[in-house]
Ligand binder design. Structure first.
Ligand code: SAH
Ligand code: DHB
Ligand code: MG
Length: 221
């Protein structure tokens, strides 16, 4: 099935004119720097971009920058005074991202904080709350990232989680994979959290069989 999933993703990407030079340039720079190809797909990136525009998001928090491909999509959705704060632990990834964000012309809208996300997140408390939070880093820490997202999001904010299907592995109750454990606990914590209304959608495409979760932070009253 993978060949068919990729074929249809490619057709959608072409028909909808999703790619451009800056975005493809970032992917080429990532490959040249030896970064893992774990970026969102072009169609997924545009989905995040549309979500941010629908919400009229001004402040976006991204956990897991890699080379900044998803960051570019999010930054382009923001008004002139909008900001993406993006967190990346790996210095080589952060270097590539800084160059890609500058080349794409969005560096002025992005604040890249280098270091483990769990070190950076406490420093964001007390600042302006976020409208949209994209969680896409080390999956074993997803439950901790969710706790921080709840502290940092405004009522009505969206919290999106990447890679919640992992080829179906997330359904495996007895999995020993720490990423599966992290994603399962993340999902179950969201389900049990009265401050959130959450769902998850499976996706197939160039990245195989995977999925997104999306939650909205309920208004307090
Ligand atoms: N959002 C990116 C892909 C992110 S891949 C895109 O779609 O383009 C996951 C990234 O999380 C990797 O770059 C990895 O180095 C980073 N990461 C892993 N553990 C981390 C941690 N503890 N804190 C911050 N970043 C981390
Ligand atoms: C992996 C991580 C990601 O964030 C992703 O989107 C795809 C794959 C990984 O760890 O393999
Ligand atoms: Mg991901």
């Amino acid at each position: 099935m993978q060949a068919e999933w990729s074929d249809l993703d490619r057709y959608f990407t072409t028909a909808l004119q999703v790619e451009d030079r800056a975005l493809n340039g970032a992917l080429a720079a990532n490959a040249a720097a030896g970064l893992p190809a774990q970026d969102v797909s072009p169609l997924q990136g545009r989905f995040l971009h549309i979500l941010a525009r629908l919400m009229r998001a001004r402040r976006v928090l991204e956990i897991g920058t890699l080379g900044g491909y998803s960051t570019i999509w999010l930054a382009r959705a923001l008004p002139a005074d909008g900001r993406v704060v993006t967190l990346e632990a790996n210095p080589a990834h952060a270097d590539t991202a800084r160059a890609n964000l500058a080349a794409a012309g969005v560096a002025d809208k992005v604040e890249l904080r280098e270091g483990p996300a769990l070190d950076s997140l406490p420093l964001l408390a007390g600042g302006e709350p976020f409208d949209l939070i994209f969680i896409d880093a080390d999956k074993p820490n997803n439950p901790a990232y969710l706790e921080w997202a709840l502290k940092l999001a405004r009522p009505g904010a969206a919290i999106v989680g990447d890679n919640v299907a992992r080829g179906g592995a997330v359904a495996n109750v007895v999995s020993q994979d720490p990423s599966v454990h992290g994603v399962r606990r993340f999902l179950e914590d969201m389900g049990a959290e009265p401050r959130l209304t959450a769902t998850a959608l499976q996706t197939v495409g160039v990245k195989g069989w995977d999925g997104f979760s999306i939650a909205i932070v309920n208004a307090t009253d």
